[in-house]
Design a protein around this ligand. Structure first.
Ligand code: UDP
Length: 397
């Protein structure tokens, strides 16, 4: 069997890292890693391969930036040629970026089986480009690997048959559990002169592409920084708009510290030692759940509602008053404990690879075994994180 695993942009790299490792452990040599080149520079791509020890991609499609349609079309054209040349049995796509949909489409039209990792997440907000990618990728994939039962349920409600759905856990959390110790050994960014701070990430077009909206957000954030200094590793898209809209200069006198986008280990190290996180990222909502850091999500909805039901995440939209109130509430709240949703135990990638390598029909038996092991693994993972945080004297939350 030949497998072709696709990565395209920053949030994909932490998802493919443990899958590549699981293929290695299972001695499956017929695996090609394809980088579409959607993110391509050191800060948004190369550093992650180094930090996460991901093998060098076998192929790089070098599609670069462009509009959604341009990027999707370029990936499809280049990936179709790759599929024709290598004829894989399975194409594995992760997440919800343009490369995810483009490669699923190209493969499926050539009659190749497609597996989607992180399937079934739904924000129910079709103005979000990622939601379109999620819906379309899931509609055509043969195997849908989900991170939680809510995602599996979303798929069932859309009429997906049970044998296509496989609840395996969260590969992004596999990577977090594997690297948290190393991340906490990283020094904090040298620019940071404080030990009590909030972390900010912001890059969703709905927040950063409109001048009035971004200006109002920053007025609120500058105000909040009077109560708690904010460290802001700035996404390239956001940096461009902050400069274009003349907002970057207004941060100069505030306690918002703008730094470049961080590589994975320093970012997790920074986040795990923060008092709270302000974000519009998808993955960061999940990582803060496992780290037990209060997360204030500046979006009206989330495709990851489990982070809210676990109690670490709160949705505040982009209204300044709600953001301010949530920050004050988080700063005054009693310490929290980290939360470990079912199967977020470090073994998701291994489950995925075992399913992909199993004979047809072995899936049900495999799923049964995982259900039995679930509670034990969940408890163990929770203890690992708590143990590591204590060892590094990160105050218990
Ligand atoms: N991340 C990072 N450096 C940063 C900001 C984020 O390594 O400066 C990581 C973060 O830990 C998470 C992933 O990037 O693993 C999330 O990616 P992003 O927010 O770009 O995408 P989304 O999850 O919103 O699709």
């Amino acid at each position: 069997m030949k497998h072709l695993l696709v990565a395209g942009a920053r949030p994909n790299f932490m998802k493919v890292a443990p899958i590549m490792e699981a293929f290695r452990v299972r001695e499956q040599k017929q695996v090609l890693l394809v980088h579409t080149g959607q993110h391509y520079d050191e800060e948004m791509s190369d550093n992650f391969f180094a930090d996460l020890q991901i093998p060098k991609p076998n192929l790089n499609l070098e599609v670069g930036s462009g509009s959604h349609s341009q990027q999707t079309a370029r990936v499809m054209t280049a990936f179709e040629a790759v599929c024709n040349e290598h004829r894989p049995d399975w194409v594995i796509v992760v997440g919800d970026v343009n490369s995810t949909l483009a490669c699923a489409l190209a493969a499926k039209k050539l009659g190749i089986h497609v597996a989607h990792v992180e399937a079934g997440l739904r924000s129910r907000d079709r103005s979000m480009p990622e939601e379109i990618n999620r819906l379309c990728t899931d509609a055509i994939s043969d195997l849908l690997f989900t991170t939680d039962e809510m995602a599996s349920e979303n798929l069932r409600r859309e009429g997906v048959s049970e044998e296509r759905i496989c609840f395996v856990g969260n590969t992004m959390i596999d990577t977090l559990l594997r690297n948290i110790d190393k991340a906490l050994s990283m020094p904090l960014p040298t620019e940071l002169e404080v030990r009590e701070y909030a972390v900010l990430t912001l890059h969703r077009p709905s927040n950063v592409d409109s001048k009035p909206k971004l200006t109002a957000l920053f007025e609120a954030l500058i105000d909040i920084s009077r109560s708690i200094p904010i460290v802001f590793p700035v996404h390239p898209r956001t940096r461009h708009n902050l400069q274009q809209f003349g907002i970057e200069d207004t941060c100069g006198d505030s306690r918002i510290k703008l730094i470049g986008p961080l590589s994975y280990l320093p970012f997790i190290g920074l986040t795990a030692r923060s008092l709270l996180v302000l974000t519009d990222s998808g993955g960061v909502q999940e990582e803060t759940t496992v780290l037990g850091i209060p997360c204030i999500t500046m979006r009206p909805n989330t495709e990851r509602p489990i982070t809210c039901t676990m109690g670490t995440n709160i949705l505040v939209g982009s209204e300044p008053e709600r953001i301010r109130a949530a920050v004050l509430a988080a700063l005054n709240a009693p310490p929290r404990k980290n939360k470990m949703p079912d199967k977020w135990d470090g073994n998701a990638a291994m489950r995925i690879v075992d399913v992909l390598l199993s004979e047809p029909g072995a899936l049900n038996e495999h799923t049964q075994k995982n259900i039995l092991a679930k509670k034990r693994n969940g408890d163990a993972a929770s203890q690992i994180v708590e143990g590591v945080l204590n060892e590094h004297s990160v105050s218990s939350r």
